[in-house]
Design a protein around this ligand. Structure first.
Ligand SMILES: Cc1cc2nc3c(=O)[nH]c(=O)nc-3n(C[C@H](O)[C@H](O)[C@H](O)COP(=O)(O)O)c2cc1C
Length: 229
């Protein structure tokens, strides 16, 4: 990524050094403290021009079906959860994408989570257009019937989220489809005897600044930072 990089002035450096000294809560209390100079180097910053820098993000395979019954798959990284109750998600799609008119037409799509096994498909569906090829066929992916929408699920994905569009915000380069989740399908392979779902066993992937990564290590569980020992 290119940018208008500004070197930090002394004022910025001093402010940062003070902030580092006075905080410390972000660090594990058992971690060894570094020297002031090392901290200054570690936390030194450049200012870049405004751009998209919220990473990592999921890279999901979104399946769509138009009114004529033609299916397509598009890779989407601008996606996320926006409400717990009602369960709502968003995807942001450029109007020039082949999939865009399909979503506009039907108001439906399915978010299929991606895994190490699906990383090639994730990239491929993000660089090839359904205008020219049938991505299901090219990638030997299997269509599965959804229960609430007409767009198909991808059988090889461990989690399929059926969505119905409630609103389309025309933001600029991308139009943001806000959608309500109508059904969720999870692969039984990752359920344990007690019915707990272990998504990590499916080896999910993330997209970060142009690269795909696996998740290798659990660093904590929800609320661990305030848990009494
Ligand atoms: C990792 C990755 C993430 C992407 N994220 C988005 C996105 O969030 N929104 C979008 O409109 N296009 C995104 N794209 C580009 C589309 O997936 C790509 O243009 C695709 O070929 C469109 O397919 P279609 O023409 O069959 O709809 C992404 C591509 C990649 C590789």
């Amino acid at each position: 990524m290119s940018g208008n990089r500004k070197k930090p002035g002394n004022h910025q450096k001093n402010r940062r050094a003070k902030a580092v000294k006075s905080s410390g809560i972000h660090r594990n209390p058992n971690q060894k403290s570094s020297s002031k100079k090392a901290l200054e180097q570690k936390y030194s910053k450049q200012e870049w021009k405004p751009g998209n820098m919220v990473y990592p993000v999921p890279a999901v395979l979104v399946t769509v079906r138009d009114r004529a019954g033609k299916d397509n798959i598009i890779t989407v990284a601008w996606t996320g959860t926006i409400c717990t109750n009602p369960p709502m998600v968003y995807i942001s799609v450029r109007p020039e994408r082949h999939s865009y008119h399909m979503i506009k037409e039907t108001g439906e799509f399915v978010i299929n989570l991606t895994t190490r096994e699906l990383v090639f498909a994730t990239d491929y569906c993000g660089v090839k257009s359904g205008r020219e090829i049938d991505k299901f066929q090219e990638l030997h992916l299997t269509r599965q019937a959804a229960s609430k929408v007409l767009a198909p699920l991808i059988e090889e994905s461990p989690v399929n989220i059926e969505c119905v569009v409630t609103e389309c915000l025309e933001l600029g380069s991308h139009h943001m489809f806000l959608a309500e989740v109508k059904a969720v399908h999870i692969s039984e392979s990752y359920l344990d005897a007690k019915g707990a779902f272990h998504l990590d066993q499916a080896e999910p992937i993330v997209y970060s600044h142009g690269e795909y990564f696996g998740l290798s290590q659990v660093l904590g569980t929800f609320g661990y930072s305030i848990k009494k020992k």
